[in-house]
Design a binder for this molecule. Structure first.
Ligand SMILES: Cc1ncc(COP(=O)(O)O)c(C=O)c1O
Length: 424
């Protein structure tokens, strides 16, 4: 059996070696993202399948521990998506901190749908504040004006890999006694003065969707140092099961209805099933080992584009930049059309797409403007001028680690040609 396993692994390695040796010379399509994995992830997954334990098990435990340590937390709770991580985290915060239906959570207006949707699903109210145009992140200056007697949670999002202003946000949260919940679904490994995002607040969520800086296809993680939140998240993740920590020592449960009942089938809250499989976790363990290297490549790719574009494109496009001490991990490469640009976002996007370069807007744009959020609970602070400007004028393209200089030169050339043509 061991010999067969060795042969399988050798063949998988050979398959990927050949695949990478035979990459096409031509530039081809520039996708927003391409999962970056090789024989290590494939062998991890195959070993798990052949090993026979494919549901949540030892790999999930190992991945939870290594990922939370990487972020700078002590506890990881793995789930099946970033959306599930947000749902679980907010449900657990509500239970552990005794939040009531109708209590408010402050979120940036310009972000992804399942930042706000889980809040509504558990009976809380999203309060939308504006973002800053240079960072695309929640504007600390907006928070004081968003506070009401129902404000309980501050939920910054680290947009497209750029850290939100956590030192200022944590200080504001302390002043208003808000719990900080960081959405890091787009920012694995981003740092502020060497401290990773996801380690500033009470709890943090991550996504391993296929487009993200590290992936397991689908998947997510909660990171926290709070054992009460951990216990609640683990229970909610698994059908609302009673705490299973000491089940081997005390297998039986007793109360007025259940006598000597197997603890594995005692449920003490209304839960979900949001678990990660051990195959997924095996993949994630290998991806984590490469995350810093992949992030460095994204940063190098973004710098390459910025260098070429900044002189000739800066009249019409705002490009990403880093504030001192802030490390961007460039989930994607955003460009914002300046006022007076001689082309629309649609024209720019259609030009790039016609030249095989994928583009997207800033996800949901401005959340309260989306059809799903009409007529549901939510409060808007101010005019959301910047979020709406970004909704209409931001476009992003890929800088994933699979892109080489020849691809980036092609992308930059395509952008510059378009601008030159339009600026005539
Ligand atoms: C900020 C943010 N939060 C949450 C999610 C949800 O993650 P998932 O796609 O893994 O459900 C996303 C999606 O990518 C996201 O961008």
């Amino acid at each position: 059996m061991d010999q067969i396993l060795t042969q399988i692994e050798e063949l998988v390695r050979k398959y990927y070696d050949d695949l990478f040796k035979n990459q096409p010379e031509e530039v081809g399509k520039i996708f927003l993202s391409e999962p970056s994995y090789d024989s290590r992830e494939a062998i991890g997954a195959i070993r798990t399948i052949l090993g026979g334990w494919i549901s949540q098990g030892p790999n999930v435990k190992k991945f939870e521990s290594s990922f939370s340590k990487y972020i700078g937390g002590t506890i990881g709770v793995a789930v099946n998506s970033g959306s599930s991580a947000n749902l679980l985290a907010i449900h657990a915060l509500k239970e552990v901190y005794g939040l009531r239906d109708g209590d408010e959570v402050i979120v940036p207006a310009a972000t992804f749908s399942t930042v706000a949707m889980p809040l509504i699903q558990v009976g809380l109210v999203p309060v939308y504040v504006d973002v800053k145009r240079d960072s695309l992140n929640m504007a600390p200056s907006q928070i004081d004006g968003a506070i009401s007697d129902k404000s309980r949670v501050l939920m910054p999002v680290h947009t497209l890999g750029y850290p939100a202003e956590m030192p200022a946000l944590v200080e504001i949260a302390k002043r208003h006694k808000l719990i900080v919940f960081e959405d890091c679904c787009e920012a694995h490994g981003s740092t502020i003065n060497g401290k990773k995002v996801g380690s500033f607040g009470e709890i943090a969520s991550f996504s391993y969707f296929v487009a993200h800086n590290m992936t397991t296809g689908e998947g997510g993680m909660i990171v926290t140092n709070n054992e009460k939140l951990e216990e609640t998240c683990r229970s909610l993740r698994e059908f609302g099961r009673i705490n299973q920590k000491n089940v081997s020592e005390s297998r039986y449960y007793n109360d007025e209805n259940l006598k000597d009942y197997d603890r594995r089938y005692v449920f003490d809250r209304i839960g979900y099933n949001l678990r990660m499989t051990d195959i997924t976790a095996a993949f994630g363990i290998e991806q984590l080992a490469k995350l810093d290297e992949m992030n460095n490549q994204r940063r190098a790719n973004a710098d390459f584009l910025i260098k070429i574009l900044s002189s000739e494109a800066k009249e019409f496009l705002e490009l990403p930049r880093e504030q001192e001490g802030y490390v961007h991990t460039y989930y994607t490469f955003p460009m914002v059309l300046k006022e007076g640009a001689p082309f629309s976002r649609r024209e720019f996007s259609e030009h790039l797409e016609a030249n095989n370069i994928e583009t997207r807007p800033l996800f949901a744009g401005c959340l309260p403007d989306q059809p799903a959020f009409q007529g549901v609970s939510g409060r808007v602070v101010g005019d959301l001028e910047v979020s709406r400007y970004l909704r209409d004028n931001l476009i992003f393209i890929g800088v994933h680690p699979g892109l080489k200089n020849k691809h980036l030169e092609y992308v930059a050339g395509t952008i510059l040609n378009f601008i030159k043509e339009r600026a005539k």
